[in-house]
Design a protein around this ligand. Structure first.
Ligand SMILES: Nc1ncnc2c1ncn2[C@@H]1O[C@H](COP(=O)(O)OP(=O)(O)OP(=O)(O)O)[C@@H](O)[C@H]1O
Length: 244
């Protein structure tokens, strides 16, 4: 299987506090991986280290056979290959929906405006937001904002999509529409890495589930194994607390 990202011995400290400890982890092409675990276990930090929003304290991130943490490596090129969807959407609020999905393509990928708009429309259709191209981002509901944020990330045509608790900031009635889009993307063969508290979704959609605890990967396996036959006590305890 082709590894899109291969992480070896990754560590991250904030001051004296070691939040990620010697993490080995990889994502294969076309794979959907969910990262679950208690609050503070390091899930978001792992995702943010992968796309270099946080600088890892140690270890390697191998992408295309090269360690992108080497000083000589072009971090900028690497980052354009990762699509990121945040809990808080992070849309440009003074731009309309189409423009939100076009700006990055033109600025970063140097696509023409026409080409960028065509690509943006394609992905706005995928997330069911093509009827809203002229709406201002700040007029949208949370669920609509998140779907636009997904279309914006897809418009950059990344190798892997990273989702950092994409439904945690949504009103409950809007969670479903975002998960539905994500499920469709997962089924389309997109490579996805998802930090989530949505256990049912993780169980249904993932190829692999990673359980993090206190800065380490405590256990990983198929959804069937993690949810039905966990081997570690701490996985069992977490699931008992979360699924009751
Ligand atoms: N910028 C930062 N500076 C200092 N400490 C941080 C920073 N970011 C995260 N931490 C700490 O690192 C630990 C892991 O945080 P992280 O957000 O990765 O956990 P998480 O598993 O994603 O939790 P949650 O499910 O609540 O989002 C926490 O103790 C947190 O307080």
């Amino acid at each position: 299987m082709e590894k899109v990202i291969d992480i070896q011995h990754l560590s991250k400290s904030f001051g004296a506090r070691e939040v990620l400890k010697d993490i080995d982890f990889s994502v294969n092409k076309g794979e959907v991986v969910s990262i679950i675990g208690s609050s503070g276990s390091g899930k978001s930090t792992l995702l943010r280290c992968i796309n270099l929003l946080e600088k890892p304290s140690g270890g390697q991130i191998i992408y295309n056979g090269e360690n992108i943490l080497d000083d000589k490596h072009d971090i900028h090129a690497y980052r354009t290959k990762l699509g990121m969807v945040f809990q808080q959407f992070n849309l440009f609020n003074n731009h309309n929906v189409l423009s939100n999905c076009v700006v990055g393509q033109v600025k970063v990928l140097k696509r023409s405006k026409e080409e960028a708009e065509k690509i943006a429309m394609k992905y706005l259709k995928v997330v069911g937001m093509d009827q809203y191209v002229n709406a201002n981002a700040k007029q949208l509901s949370g669920g609509q904002k998140q779907r636009v944020a997904i279309a914006r990330a897809l418009s950059m045509e990344p190798d892997v999509m990273l989702f950092d608790e994409p439904t945690s900031a949504l009103d409950p009635e809007m969670v479903g529409e975002v998960l539905k889009v994500m499920k469709e993307l997962a089924e389309s063969g997109l490579t996805m890495l998802i930090v989530t508290h949505e256990m049912e979704f993780a169980k249904e959609v993932s190829d692999r589930v990673v359980f993090m605890d206190k800065g380490v990967i405590a256990e990983e396996g198929s959804p069937e194994q993690i949810f039905n036959n966990p081997t570690q006590d701490r996985t069992r305890e977490f699931l008992k607390r979360t699924l009751k």
